[in-house]
Design a protein around this ligand. Sequence first.
Ligand code: SER
Length: 319
Amino acid sequence: MKNVLIIGSTGQIGSELTLKLRKEIPGSTVVAGFIKGYEPKGELLESGPAEDVDVRDGKRISEIVRKYRIDTVYNLAALLSAVAEKKPLMAWDIQMNGLLAILEVAREEGCAVFTPSSIGSFGPETPHVMTPQDTIQRPRSMYGVTKVATELLSDYYFHKFGVDTRSVRFPGLISHMTLPGGGTTDYAVEIYYAAVKGEEFVCPIAAGTFMDMMYMPDALKAAVQIMEADPSRLVHRNSFNIASMSFDPEIISAKVRELVPGFRMHYEVDPVRQAIASSWPDSMDDSCAREEWGWAPSFDIDTMSKDMIEHLRARFSGQ
Ligand code: SER
């Protein structure tokens, strides 16, 4: 991995992954691809090249790949689960036609492609506790349908055309830099913001609903490690379960209260998000990722919570 195009560079994952790769790959060019209306700002804009690109526009992707001699594309453009339920056709269009456009360019230009999958690729019939790597994937949300289709299409391009496609199934991602937009797991980010701002948190997910979650530094580490893994060791490709922690709203609110005494939360369950959350795994078995490319997370709920609160306190006290 040397010259990288990040499509969706101003989103929750892209904004941090772009900066990380620019710092960590010596002599690299990391292009921040963005959609008009979501232009990069500040360090993201100043630290490297940026190009507007609609993920569905293969011609434009091809131009950028040739201009910067791109060898790896991170395909991070997507509508998250709750938004995708409101706009299912748009979610299909962006997730599937976008992926197809990228894979065709990758086939012609010889690029590797990372497209994240998710806990959302599982459904109600999936074994919920320690969900195995290879198991039933019958999601009922449009987000999940596109994630399963993404996994299959990426594997198809690998087996049929030899395109180097790789992926991980992200848990809910928690970060303090860029907010997620319209996911089912967003509550686990918003709870920290509410606590630091001294607000009571209204939780849209019911007590007792467990989901896998991960702190952003671990997610970024996984996204880089999987693309650098020795291909001869990969039995799987699209996509690997990865895990670091699993909790329900009661557990995370108790953690937050340890760090922000007096923090208060009450429940107003959102039926759309709750139906999605109930269909997702409680916890995933990530042993294949550990064996095939050495995956190991660094953060647990204690170290993550401490780091989140510290960063958000520093941000909000500076305003
Ligand atoms: N964080 C995503 C969502 O909630 C799941 O991958 O939609």
